[in-house]
Every structure is written in C-alpha cells, then in structure tokens.
Design a protein around this ligand. Structure first.
Ligand code: HEM
Length: 480
C-alpha cells in the first residue's frame, strides 16, 4: 500500500504520462499512487494538450505552497459573473489571491485569534453532552452519520451562533451540497468535459438560494444576539465590520459560506476516522482512557486540564496523518514556470497531497499503520506533515479545529468505548478533496470499563490504512 522509497525524477525522461484526466477525480488516491510509483516525486498527467501536475515530496510541497505569487489558489473553478450569487458565495479566503487574500486573511486572523479559544470550550462540551444524551451502552450507532450531524450542529453553533438543531442542519446541508456541486462542475471545467457543463445552471440556482439563506441567517443573528455578547465567529466578523470599511455584508456572505464549507466535513471526517481507529486499536483507546482518568477530573474536562493530555494530542495528530480529511489541494500557475524537470505553462493545475506525503516511508516509519506513540520522537517539518496545509494559506481554523477535536473526543472517551461491528463494510474515498467514510461505520457503545476488540472488517478502508491483523477480512485470513 505504501509505495516504494521515493524514486528520483527520471533523468532525461520527462515524468509525463498520457492518460485520461478524469482518472484523477474518479479516484484521486489510486491515480496519485500510480503516478508516484511510475515517476517519483513529481508527475504530469496529460491528455490532448491539457495537463495536471502532481507533486509528492516535502521539497516540492514547499516550492508550490510557499510561492503564492506563482501558484494561486483556485478552490472554485466556477466563479460566476461579477454580480452573480455564485461570485458572492465563492468570495472568501479559499478563492482569494494576492493582496486581496493578504488583506482579508489579516482581518480573519483577528477573528480566529487563539486568545478567544477558551470561550468556545463550554459550547463544545455542552454540544457533546447533547450528542450523547440518548446514547446508552449496548446501542449500535453509525459513527459516520452521527459525526456529520454532530459537526453540523457544532460548526453552526461555533461559527454562526445557531442554537436551533433543525435550522443548523438545513443551512449546513445546503452549504455542503453546494460545495459538492462546485467540485463536480469545476472538475468538469478543468478537464473540459462536456457532460459537466449541463450542471452549470443548477449550480447557479443553488448559489442564488444559498446567498439568500446566508443573508437571512445574518438577519436572524443580528435580531437574536446583542452587541458585545460574543459567543461565535460571526459576531466577531460583524464586529470587524466596524473597523474595516471594505468588509460589507456581501463580502461577509462569502467569508461565512466558505469558512463553514472549510470547517464542517473536515472535522466530521476526522472525528469518524479517529473513533473508528480507536475502536480497532483497543490498546491505544485504553491508554487514552488511562491518561484522561489521570489528568482530568469529572466528566467534563476543563480547557486547562486538556492542555496536559499529551497522548490525546498524539492520537488526533496520528489520525490526521494516516487518514487526512483534506487529502489533497490544488493550485494553478499564474505564469510559465519550471517545476522540477518540467516547464509548466500558465494556467496549469498543480496538485499537492497530504495523503501521499504522510504515507512516505522515508518520512514516517511504517507509514500506513496507526501508531500515536510515534509522535513522542517524530518531529516532521511543516511540509512533511501538513493536515492543515502549510505556508501563507495554512488553515486559519486549525487551532479551533484542534480544540473541537480535543474537547469533544475527551468528553466522549470519558463515557464510552466503541466496538466496531464484525464483518461490516467500511469504505473510504476522496469526494471533492476530502477523504471520509463513504459507508456507514457501525459500532456498539461499550462502557469505558470494557475494552473493545479488533474485529475483521471489509471494504476499501484496507487500501488506505494498515489495520491490525485481526481486522483483515475473514476471507483473506482463511486464505492466509
Ligand atoms: C480537521 C479539520 C480541518 C482540516 C483538516 C482543515 C484543512 C485545511 C487545509 C488543508 C487548508 C489549506 C488548503 C490549501 O492550502 O489549499 C485549509 C484552509 C482553510 N481552512 Fe481549514 N481545516 C479544518 C478545519 C477548519 C475549521 C474548523 C475552519 C474554520 C472555522 C477552517 C477554515 C479554513 C479556511 C478559512 C481556510 C482558507 C485559508 C486561506 O486560504 O488563507 N478549517 N484547511
């Protein structure tokens, strides 16, 4: 599964493969693995003069990610016409470049300042309690569906101050569907596939509807939250409007939409994977439980107590290493540029991949295995371990995401262990750029006094992570 030691760039022979560009969106990880095996640290997929370039090494990651003048972000391929709703809802940090990005990022850095993180602790704790209110030992749950819903609630509450569960699900689902449609249409635009252009009108209609919903949410927020009552990110954005003339409501619509889009499924998938990995690695789960019992008091650990839970931090870092929710991202060249041995024309998409980098055997010993202990000694550089990206566009919400994961995981793990259902199917796949479960992840709730067992599971999860031997499908184990 992990590919051989990194191959040198083939001397004299350009690492260019003729093939169907659609191979990439169909199965990004399989496509990247093939290219990496064949060509090494950099490769180009070419189809009738159209190219996508791929980089797989920390050195190339640095080159692409640190040079934001030559490599622009183009998260949304379809921006819509100047006055369209599509243009408004795609106008956030993810799609900005140059001075516009720098100036907006400065404003958003204030909004996401670490100083206010402790203020979110109580909201995260109480929403986690709400999640578990109906949970009882012996019940079976689909961790994937539960975490997607849980993080819809959490993200709506932390970002928009929404307290109404049904409303948060409606609005969040609308944003998620619109993001997904963008990727379908955008990938089609990237590779000029005619079948995708039919979906363009549908995308624009979704954007109209979404813009109206976000504006209505602003209205509700202003009605329900008094000035100075600071409990969510949107309140801070509204406050920033006071000192930033440029930050009108139209701009805020874009920032709010894209921040939600960046925050929701990334955290949900990270959660689902972490719970699944813990359940299938009982010795890790038990060590985590021991740490939580020793270093935290009561059922709701405090913000300060959680700062001392080193193993909890390792578990989350390792989960995001081996199954990074953001599995790849893309840039686009703004000028003709030389990348390794290849000269790329202006407008070439360049892909870098967290998944591929994190699974390199020259960076991480036994790279496909989930081993939180490695973090005691492993000190990768910013371009070797990059679940939140790296360089001037690194995830602005990373500290908040880590707080959510740390706090909610601790509250859950103090109450329950999880037993994955034996012989169930667990599939994982990249959709848009995100690696998440694409099947249910069925698990039974156990008391914390009971250790889970590693059980055989089927599905494409085995292509992504090397689970313990006892997790191999029954058929394979019999054959062995
Ligand atoms: C586990 C959860 C998360 C993961 C794995 C993640 C990952 C990433 C990555 C890889 C990037 C850089 C993309 C690129 O370079 O093309 C990014 C950017 C971004 N993320 Fe996150 N993210 C997470 C959670 C969040 C949260 C909770 C928020 C906000 C509340 C957020 C807001 C953003 C924004 C606004 C950007 C764009 C930054 C810029 O372009 O300057 N993310 N995220």
């Amino acid at each position: 599964m992990s590919y051989p030691e990194s191959l040198p760039l083939s001397s004299g022979v350009l690492p260019v493969k003729n093939g169907n560009l659609l191979e990439f969106p169909e199965d990004p990880i399989a496509c990247m693995r093939k290219l990496h095996c064949e060509f090494g640290d950099m490769a180009v997929l070419e189809d009738q003069g159209q190219r996508i370039a791929f980089v797989f090494s920390p050195e190339f990651n640095r080159e692409v990610l640190s040079n934001s003048n030559t490599y622009h972000s183009q998260f949304f391929a379809i921006r819509g016409s100047r006055r369209s709703a599509q243009r408004t809802v795609t106008s956030g940090l993810l799609s900005m470049n140059g001075t516009e990005h720098r100036d907006s990022r400065r404003v958003m850095m204030d909004v996401f300042t670490r100083r206010i993180l402790p203020e979110y602790h109580d909201t995260i704790t109480s929403l986690t309690e709400e999640l578990m209110a109906d949970w009882q030992v012996g019940q079976q749950h689909d961790l994937n569906t539960e975490m997607v819903h849980f993080m819809l609630r959490m993200t709506s509450a932390l970002l928009f101050g929404i307290d109404d569960a049904q409303y948060s699900v409606e609005l969040g689902s609308k944003i998620d569907s619109w993001v997904r449609k963008n990727h379908e249409v955008g990938m089609g635009a990237l590779v000029s596939a005619p079948q995708f252009t039919d979906m363009y009108d549908e995308l624009l209609t979704m954007a109209d509807d979404l813009q109206a919903s976000i504006q209505e949410m602003f209205f509700r927020h202003r009605e329900n939250h008094s000035e100075g009552q600071r409990s969510d990110v949107l309140s801070l954005m509204f406050k920033a409007q006071g000192s930033e003339q440029q930050l009108d409501d139209n701009k805020l619509v874009g920032h709010a939409t894209l921040t939600f889009a960046a925050a929701h499924l990334t955290t949900a998938h990270t959660f689902s994977w972490t719970l699944f990995l813990l359940a299938q690695h009982p010795e890790v789960m038990n060590r985590l439980s021991r740490e939580l019992a020793e270093r935290t008091t009561g059922s709701q650990p405090t913000f300060e107590e959680l700062q001392n839970c080193t193993y909890l931090e390792w578990v989350i870092k390792e989960s995001m290493r081996v199954l990074p929710a953001s599995s790849y991202s893309q840039r686009i060249t703004t000028e003709q540029t030389q990348l390794g041995p290849v000269s790329l024309p202006q407008g070439t998409p360049v892909i870098f991949s967290q998944f591929m980098t994190h699974h390199r055997a020259d960076l991480f010993e036994d790279p496909d295995a989930f081993r939180p202990e490695r973090w005691e000694h492993s000190k990768p550089s910013a371009y070797e371990y990059l679940p939140f990206g790296a360089g001037p566009r690194m995830c602005i919400g990373a500290p908040l995401a880590m707080l959510e994961l740390r706090t909610a995981l601790a509250v859950i793990a103090k109450r329950f262990h999880f037993q994955v259902q034996a012989d169930s199917v667990v599939n994982g796949q990249v959709i848009s750029t995100m690696l998440g479960p694409t099947s249910s992840v069925e698990a039974t709730l156990l008391p914390v006094t009971q250790s889970s067992r590693t059980v055989p599971v089927n599905g494409s999860i085995h292509d992504l992570v090397q689970l313990p031997a006892a997790a191999q499908p029954q058929t394979l184990r019999r054959a062995a």
